[in-house]
Every structure is written in C-alpha cells, then in structure tokens.
Design a protein around this ligand. Structure first.
Ligand code: ZN
Length: 196
C-alpha cells in the first residue's frame, strides 16, 4: 500500500491509526489504554458507526482527549465504484456528525485504501487530505497476538510509520499494548506522534 508522506502534516516517527469505529465498548477501552500510555492516535470513523448507539459521545471523548478524528466515509464502500455524487455523499454524511471534532486540514482515509485521481480530486475539493498507511498490521486477519508479532519488525525497519489497525476487533484491543510496549522499548529510535 502506498503512502503519501506529503499529505501527512507533522509526521515524524510512529502514528497509531484505528479504522472503522467507533465501537461502543471496544473504543472506550482503547481510549482508556491510550490515556494510560499517554499516546495520541488517529481514529478514522465510519458514519454508520458514529450514528449507532449514540457513539458520537465516543468521538467527542476521543477528540477531547487529544486524538485526531478523521473521516472514513459512511458505509465503507469502495469509492472507485461510485459516482462523484455518491462519493461526496459518503464523505459529507459522515462529516455532518463529526465536523465539530475534526481539525484542518480534515483527515480522510478511503475504505480499502482505494483511490484514484477522480476520488483524490473530490476529497481535495471537500477540504480533506488523504492519510494512508505504510504498516498494515492485518489485525483483521490474525485475531491473536500474531498481528503484533508481524507488525513489530515492519516498524523497526522504518523511520516513519503510520500503523493501520481497527478498533472494532477485541483481539486488537487486547494486544495493542504489546505493540506499544515494543515501540516504547526502542524509545531511542521511536517517538509516538500525532497529526497536528
Ligand atoms: Zn476501513
């Protein structure tokens, strides 16, 4: 997966990013853990999940605790197969919920990382920047400590890391502390950063 460093403002060492939430119980657990570890992360939320169960409260909490909120569309469709209008709707319907909690430039992450020049143009016109990733943990596939073990060498091999995870899997929340500890264990090389 390609990453566009020029679209990442203030990127330096390790940025933890979580897609597809908020989840009504797992995301609060993750927020507790990040607070304990004093780490700021990015959350790319889905409109459909923000709208469910009054989960907007979780988005508000994440924002108030210093995390960055980004738009990950409403229904998680592959934008390549949608019309311009449908793409705009996917983005704006989510923005309607989270606009008070997004910083400028507004961060956007396309579902599946699926972009092209047409999608990028629409994203730009709506005032967003793409924030992709360069460490794919595959936490959605390996629902055990395994994803951490494969992510650590990827992180150690790079200077700049934007780490993709999902706050919608219990196994991710159960194991993310191991990843954080491994990164903190190399603190002479790595610093957690966020998007400013
Ligand atoms: Zn996603």
């Amino acid at each position: 997966m390609n990453i566009k460093y020029d679209s990442l403002i203030g990127l330096s060492e390790v940025m933890l990013t979580f897609n597809d939430g908020p989840h009504s119980t797992l995301t609060p657990r993750l927020l507790d853990l990040l607070k304990e570890e004093n780490i700021k992360a990015m959350f790319f939320v889905l409109g459909i999940n923000v709208a469910a169960n009054n989960n907007i409260k979780i988005v508000k909490r994440a924002f108030e605790e210093g995390h960055i909120i980004g738009n990950h569309t409403y229904f998680h469709r592959n934008l390549r197969s949608l019309s311009d209008f449908e793409i705009q709707t996917e983005i704006l319907n989510t923005e309607g919920f989270i606009k008070d909690y997004m910083k400028t430039p507004k961060p956007f992450r396309p579902p599946y990382g699926a972009t092209n020049s047409r999608i990028n143009r629409i994203v730009r016109e709506l005032g967003y920047v793409n924030v992709l990733w360069n460490v794919d943990t595959l936490d959605w596939k390996d629902k055990s400590i395994k994803w951490v073990k494969s992510a650590i060498p990827q992180i150690y091999a790079r200077e700049y890391n934007v780490v993709l995870m999902h706050d919608t899997y219990e196994s991710t929340i159960n194991n993310v502390l191991e990843l954080i500890k491994a990164i903190k264990g190399k603190k002479e090389r790595y610093e957690f950063i966020s998007y400013v």
